[in-house]
Design a protein around this ligand. Structure first.
Ligand SMILES: NC(=O)c1ccc[n+]([C@@H]2O[C@H](COP(=O)([O-])OP(=O)(O)OC[C@H]3O[C@@H](n4cnc5c(N)ncnc54)[C@H](OP(=O)(O)O)[C@@H]3O)[C@@H](O)[C@H]2O)c1
Length: 261
C-alpha cells in the first residue's frame, strides 16, 4: 500500500523537491548514491549538493557530477565524521541527508549461506558500517539541523533486514546489521520527534539495483526486477518527497509501500 501523502502539517505542494533549498548530503557515492546526486541536481536545483565516500569515484569529474562537491569521509571513523560536521557547518542549512554507504561483500566478506560461515569479523565489518555508521552520522549532524525548517534524514536499508519478512534465511551478518540499523534509526526518530519535530527519519529499501554491491547476485534476479541506479534513485526521491514529519520513523520500499520491521 502506498503511504499517505500530503497529510500532517505541510501541504503537499510545499514538499515538492523542486522547492527544497539548503544543503543536501549523500553519503556513499556508489551506484545508488551517485544516481541520487544526479537526480537531485535535476529535480532540486536549489539544493547545494555534497557527495561523500572514502574515495571519489574515478569518473566523478568527467560525468554528470563534475560540478558536485565531494568530500572524503569514512563513516566508520569518528575523526572523519568530525571533519564532515565542520565542512557542513560552513554550508547553507542542512535540508536532506541520505546515507547510501553499505557493505554486503568484499575481499574478506561474503554473505553467509549457513551458520558455519558466520565469523566475528563478518559480523563486525557489517555492523560497523551498516548499523553503527548511520547512527553515528546522525549524531555528528544533530547540531546542524535547522529547528524551524523541515528536513529529511534517510538511510538505505534492505528488505532482507526485515525480521518479519525473513522467510529465506542466510546472509546473517547483512540481514542483522540492517535490522540493527532499522532499530537504531527508529529510536532516533522517536527522540528527534521531541527535539527536532520538523525532521523526518526514514529507512529506505531501493529494490534490487544494478551496482557493485549486487553484482555477484544479479544472475538470480528475475528479468525486469533489476533496477538501474537512476530508476532506484528517482523512486527513492519520490518516496521522500511524499513524506513529512508526521511519517518519521518508518521503513519504506522504493514504491512507497511500508515494510514490516
Ligand atoms: N544494490 C542493491 O540491490 C541494494 C538492495 C538493497 C539495499 N541496498 C543498499 O543500498 C545502499 C547503497 O548500495 P549500492 O548498491 O549503491 O552499493 P555500492 O555501489 O557498493 O555503493 C556503496 C558505497 O558505500 C561507500 N562506502 C563503503 N564503505 C564506506 C565507509 N566506511 N564510509 C563511507 N562510505 C563507504 C562506497 O564508497 P567508498 O568505497 O569510496 O567508500 C560506495 O560508494 C547500501 O546500504 C545497500 O545495502 C542495495
Amino acid at each position: 500500500m502506498r503511504h499517505a501523502c500530503g497529510i500532517g502539517g505541510m501541504a503537499l505542494e510545499s514538499r515538492a523537491l523542486s522547492t527544497w533549498h539548503g544543503t543536501a548530503l549523500v553519503v556513499g557515492t556508489g551506484g545508488i548514491g551517485s544516481a541520487l546526486l544526479e537526480a537531485l541536481a535535476e529535480r532540486a536545483p536549489d539544493l547545494q549538493l555534497l557527495g561523500a565516500s572514502r574515495q571519489r569515484p574515478p569518473n566523478w569529474e568527467d560525468g554528470a557530477l563534475a560540478d558536485t562537491a565531494f568530500m572524503a569521509v569514512d563513516l566508520t571513523k569518528p575523526c572523519s565524521l568530525d571533519g564532515l560536521q565542520r565542512r557542513l557547518g560552513a554550508l547553507p542549512p542542512l535540508r536532506l541527508v541520505i546515507n547510501t554507504a553499505g557493505v554486503l561483500h568484499g575481499p574478506d566478506l561474503q554473505p553467509e549461506k549457513r551458520l558455519s560461515q558466520v565469523t566475528q569479523a563478518s559480523l563486525a565489518t557489517s555492523f560497523d558500517l551498516n548499523a553503527f555508521g548511520p547512527i553515528l552520522l546522525a549524531q555528528a549532524l544533530e547540531s546542524l539541523w535547522p529547528k524551524d525548517q523541515p528536513f529529511h534524514f534517510a538511510s538505505l536499508s534492505a528488505r532482507v533486514g526485515s525480521i518479519g519478512d525473513n522467510s529465506l534465511g542466510g546472509w546473517y551478518s547483512y540481514r542483522a546489521s540492517k535490522a540493527a540499523q532499522n532499530q537504531l534509526l527508529r529510536t532516533l526518530a522517536i527522540e528527534w520527534k521531541r527535539r527536532l519535530p520538523l525532521g523526518c527519519v526514514s529507512l529506505l529499501h531501493p529494490g534490487t539495483t544494478a551496482t557493485e554491491l549486487s553484482r555477484p547476485f544479479q544472475a538470480g534476479v528475475a528479468p525486469g526486477q533489476l533496477f538501474s541506479p537512476a530508476r532506484s534513485a528517482n523512486h527513492l526521491l519520490d518516496v521522500l518527497e511524499g513524506l513529512g514529519d508526521d511519517q518519521s520513523g518508518h521503513f519504506w520500499a522504493w514504491d512507497g509501500s511500508a515494510i514490516p520491521w
